[in-house]
Design a protein around this ligand. Structure first.
Ligand code: NDP
Ligand code: MG
Length: 397
């Protein structure tokens, strides 16, 4: 029996890497449903190549034009639209595996739907866990589903802790988690030059090719901040036991330190197909189309401590995590708004951390954990951040 897959965010960087791995194993996997948002041509090509049963787009106008194009080719794909359709392909009984690869808060509702439906849930959409970690983890536990991290660092940690033969990771004897970070494109840029860096420069990551939002997050190191929160929920660790280690080559994807002094790491090429293949086939190992590392050619691996002054987003994430409640959802919402403003040229690069810090100060952190409450906090934090951006109290340079 082939495992049937729903891919939320199939047109994105993670979505396309997932389809690449899946296409290498037609005996194991079959694409049941896919979703796209703005890249409709890419979604059309995906439908042609993978012949899913369902494709989901944001609105009915886009749906009807995609339907016509698919009809012309006599393809079997049904086209549906809207958020309810997205949640439906995540929870559909026909789907065994759900890849959550939508970027940002837009992925929360369908990701939660997959968790509640007891799916094998492959999580790339870290923002969903940052916003609603307790809710998502509890939903997986109650439904008897499985949550497998796709984010390379968390996938690495999962691999370091995996029990032979599968199941939940074994956390006994773990002292600390060490999340590696490349430091992004501005690791060595003088602080004085950061005010004038462009969106394209921020998106030119030295090691990874990714969507624009996560690329900017990597440049501010908010990505690592979100990953600290992600590690907290995935592995049940306090903030104090999660450390960041800068490693510019992105070869060591993360490490686990144990009580006896051992440190176990996972290494590999900086290619998301490795963690995707691991999560898809867990506990088996399958070909991901990725070459084995040539460590002799790489020659050296460097490590350094993160610079918390240059990258204030790291401390903001620790602060939100320590505050608990809904502070992480506030952090995430403010960051999404600030990154969008930076990408549009409305905010300077250092302005991103300033907007996030100001929003964390201004919006009340509550103890809410129900989905509606979290969505309400998300709305409030965005409204506040947008007002702040519109008032240009934080100006581009
Ligand atoms: P991309 O921007 O490349 O892709 C995002 C996907 O989400 C696309 O399919 C996009 O559709 C869809 N999408 C965007 N907005 C919406 C919306 N409002 N509603 C529904 N769908 C939407 O991002 P990445 O693939 O790089 O990242 C996806 C997630 O994975 C992020 O959460 C990121 O943090 C995480 N991640 C990514 C890594 C990477 O290497 N890329 C590594 C680790 C984690 P369309 O393109 O058609 O507009
Ligand atoms: Mg990562």
């Amino acid at each position: 029996m082939r495992a049937r897959l729903s891919i939320l965010g199939a047109t994105g960087s993670i979505g396309r890497s997932t389809l690449d791995v899946v296409a290498r194993h037609p005996d194991r996997f079959e694409v049941f449903a896919v979703s796209g948002h703005s890249r409709v041509d890419a979604l059309f090509d995906i439908c042609r190549a993978h012949r899913p049963a369902i494709a989901v787009v944001p609105d009915e106008r886009t749906a009807s034009s995609l339907r016509q194009r698919l009809h012309g080719l006599a393809l079997p794909t049904l086209v549906e639209s809207g958020e309810a359709a997205l949640a439906a392909i995540a929870a559909a009984p026909e789907a065994d595996i759900v890849m959550a690869a939508i970027v940002g808060a837009a992925g929360l509702v369908p990701t939660l739907a997959a968790a509640r439906a007891g799916k094998k849930l492959l999580l790339a959409n870290k923002e969903a866990l940052v916003m609603a970690g307790d809710l998502l983890i509890e939903a997986v536990r109650r439904s008897g589903g499985q949550l497998l991290p796709v984010d390379s660092e968390h996938n690495a940690i999962f691999q370091c802790l995996a029990k032979h033969g599968g199941g939940e990771p074994d956390l006994r004897g773990v002292r600390r988690i060490l999340l590696t970070a490349s430091g992004g494109p501005f690791r060595q840029t003088p602080n004085s030059a950061l005010a004038s860096v462009t969106p394209d420069a921020a998106c030119a990551h030295p090691n990874w090719v990714m969507g624009r939002k996560i690329s900017v997050d990597s440049a501010t190191m908010m990505n690592k901040g979100l990953e600290i929160i992600e590690a907290h929920y995935l592995f049940g660790m306090d903030a104090a036991r999660i450390e960041v280690l800068v490693h510019p080559q992105s070869i060591v994807h993360s490490l686990v330190a144990f009580d006896d002094g051992s440190v176990i790491a996972q290494l590999g090429q900086p290619d998301m197909r490795t963690p995707i293949a691991y999560a898809l086939a867990y506990p088996d190992r399958i070909d991901a189309g990725v070459d084995t590392l040539d460590l002799a050619r790489i020659g050296r691996l460097d490590f350094e401590s993160p610079d918390f002054l240059r990258f204030p987003c790291l401390e903001l994430a620790y602060r939100a995590l320590r505050a608990s409640g809904t502070a992480c959802a506030i952090l995430n919402a403010a960051n999404e708004e600030a990154v969008a403003a930076f990408l549009d040229g409305r905010l300077s690069f250092p302005g991103i951390a300033e907007v996030v810090a100001a929003t964390l100060d201004a919006v009340a952190d509550t103890r809410a954990t129900a989905l509606d409450d979290i969505l309400e906090v998300d709305r409030k934090a965005r409204a506040w951040a947008k007002e702040r951006l519109a008032a240009r109290t934080v100006r581009p340079a």
